[in-house]
Design a protein around this ligand. Structure first.
Ligand code: ADP
Ligand code: ADP
Length: 226
């Protein structure tokens, strides 16, 4: 699902990704860990081209991202992303937030989108909260809406950038549970997180980054043994 080969990314003179090579297969859950500033978020953001790379090759969902005829918008539709800070639209209800992309971006039929969005709200445990605005929801609930919103586009891959880092500790579990459910259903996932319990329990592979380089890429059993 994802092939990264010799990926280099610079922010000006800062070498943020150094010759990163890895693969993610269909249905795999890959967790990226490492110190702050090591390039985890940058790498994740290259996978839907929120960041462009300067060297190397990236193939995501069968699409070579830097081929001449590549339609990045099409790719973005197939790659869902969940951010640390939810990024919900404050003036729209939870359900409206979930319906937005399939309606506006994919121009899908309203009835079908609404039905699917309601199902997703059930799936993330928020059936009772569909008509609430983000300001009426807890952080954990907002993040679950954000996950439902990403799923509404029926993505092949889900990217998570520190999805629980902005949450009060008591809300971390409810978000991780939704993510575990997705993993169990076979969703291909790349997750940047400091939640080592999640990495140990759910990851098929753990990637460790430091100073822009991918230093370790192994199964959690091996990673947590060291
Ligand atoms: P991590 O996710 O591991 O904390 P990041 O990918 O956010 O690391 O950042 C990697 C390095 O790139 C850091 O030194 C950070 O300051 C720098 N960086 C990240 N985003 C930008 C940006 N938009 N412009 C310039 N430097 C950036
Ligand atoms: P994280 O490590 O969780 O990604 P950061 O605080 O590193 O969070 O980055 C937050 C935002 O600021 C990101 O959009 C990132 O691209 C940007 N950023 C980070 N470092 C720099 C930097 N040195 N110069 C400009 N933008 C940066």
């Amino acid at each position: 699902m994802i092939i990264a080969e010799g990926v280099d990314k610079y922010y000006g003179k800062l070498h943020a990704l150094k010759d990163v090579t890895t693969e993610v297969h269909r249905g795999e859950v890959v967790v990226i860990v490492g110190p702050s500033g090591s390039g985890k978020s940058t790498f994740l953001r290259t996978l839907n081209q929120l960041e462009k790379i300067q060297n190397g090759k990236l193939v995501v969902d069968g699409i070579d991202m830097y081929a001449k005829d590549t339609n990045i918008n099409k790719l973005r539709e197939n790659v869902g992303m969940v951010f640390q800070n939810f990024n919900l639209f404050p003036h729209k209800t939870a359900l409206e937030n979930v319906m937005l992309s399939p309606r506006i971006v994919a121009k899908r039929d309203k009835k079908e989108v609404e039905e699917h969005s309601r199902e997703l709200m059930y799936k993330v445990g928020l059936a009772e909260r569909m008509d609430n605005y983000p300001s009426q929801l807890s952080g954990g609930q907002m993040q679950r809406v954000a996950i439902a919103r990403a799923l509404a586009m029926r993505p092949d891959i889900m990217l998570f950038d520190e999805p629980t880092s902005a949450l009060d500790p008591e809300m971390v579990g409810e978000v991780l549970d939704v993510m575990k459910g997705l993993a169990a259903e076979g969703m291909t996932m790349v997750v940047v997180t400091h939640e080592m319990g999640f990495a140990r329990e759910v990851a098929d592979r753990v990637l460790f980054m430091e100073d822009g380089a991918l230093l370790v890429d192994e199964k959690p059993e091996a990673f947590f043994d060291n």
